[in-house]
Design a protein around this ligand. Sequence first.
Ligand code: NAD
Ligand code: TDX
Length: 347
Amino acid sequence: MNGKATAKRVLVTGGAGFIGSNFVRHVLKTHSDWTVTVVDLLTYAGNMENLRDLLPGPRIEFVKADIVDQEGMTALLGKGFDYVFHFAAETHVDRSIQDPQAFIRTDVIGTYSLLEAVRRHPVDRFVHVSTDEVYGSLSEGSAGEDAPLMPTSPYAASKAGADRLAFSYHRTYGIPIVILRPSNNFGPHQHPEKLIPLFITNALTDRPLPLYGDGLNVRDWLYVRDHCEAIDLIAREGETGAVYNIGAESERTNLEVTEAILDHLGKPRSLIKRVKDRPGHDRRYSVDWARLKKIGWTPGTNFRQALRETIDWYVSNQSWWKKIKSGEYAAYYEKQYGADTHHRPSP
Ligand code: NAD
Ligand code: TDX
């Protein structure tokens, strides 16, 4: 920060989800003159508990709305924002295999509706959060930002569509976009449908850990707090119209991650249960993030330390995930906000 007036009005879509809520916390802590509006539909993945320590607050407001609702988004953007951080999406690959439609609706049409709203009410920056999955599976090497997009799951294909749509709005209408393609995140507040929190919470309750296939698929594990610093930096220093890969140089097989969780918790390897593979399961993701390094970011936390912090968070916040796993939050939100917007987590 350079001492000049830096106050920003910031809109965060999907701010009640995992990365979004960590990012809102990061912004309020790091930028004392920024104000944040969170817009979130509170689907099964959104959780007001993720913002409980921040709301109500003088620099944050929460709006429950659907990003697909173009009129609603246009009215919201009409309030005037400097930056938009677009996290809202359907995010779980297994769910996209069960029901692709929700992914096309939210990830593609939701992004379209926000981009249209921004055309009417310009902002200084539209930070579009894409994913490393758009490159598809790589047997060797790492994908640079210009590598071909070869998404393989309905989730990744929807994200690739949204990613290129955002880019087209930059080229065609001059919307000041930056596109981020981060690798697999982990950390506090991640929904226990995803590998690391699912395995931590199952191990804590002595339930089996369902490892897909041979367990040798590789992901590059990025700690969410390091990711939030990268997003913040790219928003302020990134080149308009550019894509930024975000990786962690922390590639591990799922089996290695599983064993690290069990060892940390002092639980037996016999909890590992080999199960049928995910259809079309991508073997390995890997991104080259030299472009981001050049503007001054490297991850601050190593995998072991970050995994320890994450496990400690799940140990200390058992009511958070037990309510999700039992469907209690879904019932609460249905009562508060109506039944139509909520799915119950699958058992
Ligand atoms: P998440 O599933 O935890 O949260 C998504 C949030 O979006 C939820 O709060 C949900 O209620 C909200 N949402 C869903 N549909 C909506 C709609 N129609 N209108 C308004 N809000 C809606 O997701 P996450 O893991 O925090 O991921 C955030 C973003 O980062 C996504 O765009 C995802 O594709 C991307 N990403 C995630 C990872 C990862 O490992 N988690 C890695 C790379 C990229
Ligand atoms: O029960 C499981 N068993 C298992 O072996 C689950 C849920 C996952 N896995 C495997 C599949 C993957 O190889 O673990 C790996 C990680 O799985 P997920 O946590 O479902 O993540 P992934 O499919 O890699 O996608 C994630 O990273 C990229 C996020 O969910 C996406 O939103 C993000 O874009």
